[in-house]
Design a protein around this ligand. Structure first.
Ligand code: GLA
Length: 374
């Protein structure tokens, strides 16, 4: 049974009646990591895995939500949202309801059943998928017109303010505006964005370390803080600098000695990563997969040594591709500290790659990896 019918089935089982099904995809970021919250550039693409929300409006103001994958339910009135530490999944639904209400929209209650096949906690953005699928359902049931960029920002606000995770805009943006099989270039300051066709000669292959990552954890917020610290110091000399996005490689060299050692490393990652995204877009548009892949490896090095958000398992996966000529690039993707790598692999090599990478990962870490096609 496909996922859409499953969602429909869960709904009918729990509430009876015929729902409408809404969905939003997870994503994998091709390049541009930890740049979105620095007003920089990113290049994600949606994956063919989604969160599905089967929903039907109610005549009162109550929400009843069933999370099929956890076999848990949650009920709350429209105006009575409250963070629920015991059912964290419900906070994504509540957060969207709250954000819409704060925008002045009046909402009808609804029954909803949620399911999905985006791996959880793997850095493939199941949370943004859940937020955006919920938002799609609520928009449709209440006849709300939101422009897609506005919708992405509303999703982020729900995550930042209600759920309490300080993520950037990339995940919500690509869940709203991405298209399967195409990369989405986003300028996270101006919201300028562009879809770019990917080469049919290569496939985007995701390898999951199966190590769960705690995004809400302190390391992500600490990195954000360190980037702000760099901006504070550099802007004393150049008041035009509002974010690391404004710092060119030359400026960084000029200000280098003023920055504490760890801040130097963090800033160097962001400044060089932004440039890599711009270069990668040019190479993708020119059909240069090899050149694009080289930048993926450079990005990984920078995340590993300068930004220090990789881990043994991610490094093992990237290192394992080094002698495979058919793999043009590999890097960690998402926040880091576990999660997945993204690999650019020659079309005809995907089967062999899958076997090899699993075997090598098992040998290096005694752990079982999972492989998905984007
Ligand atoms: C997480 C966040 C994104 C982004 C990445 C790192 O996935 O949700 O906004 O910051 O980490 O690039």
């Amino acid at each position: 049974m496909n996922m859409e019918s499953r969602a429909r089935g869960f709904f009918t089982e729990v509430y009876g009646g015929e729902p409408k099904v809404y969905r939003a995809p997870g994503r994998v970021n091709l390049i541009g990591e930890h740049t979105d919250y620095n007003d920089g550039y990113v290049l994600p693409t949606p994956i063919d895995r989604h969160v599905y929300v089967a929903a039907k409006p109610r005549s009162d103001d109550r929400f009843r939500v069933y999370a099929a994958d956890f076999r848990e339910s949650k009920e709350f009135p429209v105006g009575g949202t409250k963070l629920d530490p015991d059912r964290p999944w419900s906070n994504y639904v509540q957060g969207v309801v709250e954000a819409l209400r704060e925008e002045g929209h009046s909402l009808k209650g609804a029954d909803m059943a949620v399911t999905g096949d985006v791996p959880l906690g793997a850095g493939l953005s199941s949370s943004a998928a859940m937020l955006m699928a919920t938002l799609r359902a609520l928009q449709d049931m209440n006849g709300l017109e939101l422009d897609p960029v506005e919708a992405a920002y509303l999703g982020r606000r729900a995550e930042n303010e209600f759920v309490g995770v300080q993520c950037g805009i990339m995940d919500h943006f690509v869940a709203c505006l991405g298209e399967h099989g195409r990369a989405l270039f986003i300028d996270c300051r101006t919201n300028e964005h562009r879809l770019i066709d990917m080469q049919p000669t290569h496939r985007v292959v995701i390898v999951n370390t199966m190590m769960r990552r705690e995004l809400a954890g302190s390391a992500y917020n600490e990195r954000r803080e360190q980037c702000l610290e760099a901006v504070r110091i550099i802007s004393k000399h150049d008041p035009e600098v509002k974010a690391l996005r404004d710092v060119s490689p030359e400026m960084l060299v000029e200000q280098w000695d003023k920055l504490p050692a760890v801040i130097q490393q963090r800033a160097r990652h962001v400044v060089t990563e932004n440039q890599r995204v711009l270069d990668a877009v040019g190479l993708l548009e020119a059909g240069d997969a090899e050149g694009f892949g080289d930048l993926m490896y450079d990005s990984h090095e920078s995340l590993r040594y300068d930004y220090e958000v990789s881990c043994e398992e991610l490094d093992a996966l990237v290192d394992a591709t080094m002698d495979m000529d058919e793999v043009v690039g590999a890097r960690m993707t998402g926040a880091g500290f576990g999660g997945c790598t993204v690999n650019l692999v020659e079309e005809g090599y995907v089967g062999e790659f899958t076997e090899k990478i699993k075997e090598r990962y098992l040998r290096a870490t005694a752990k079982q990896a999972e492989v998905y096609l984007a």
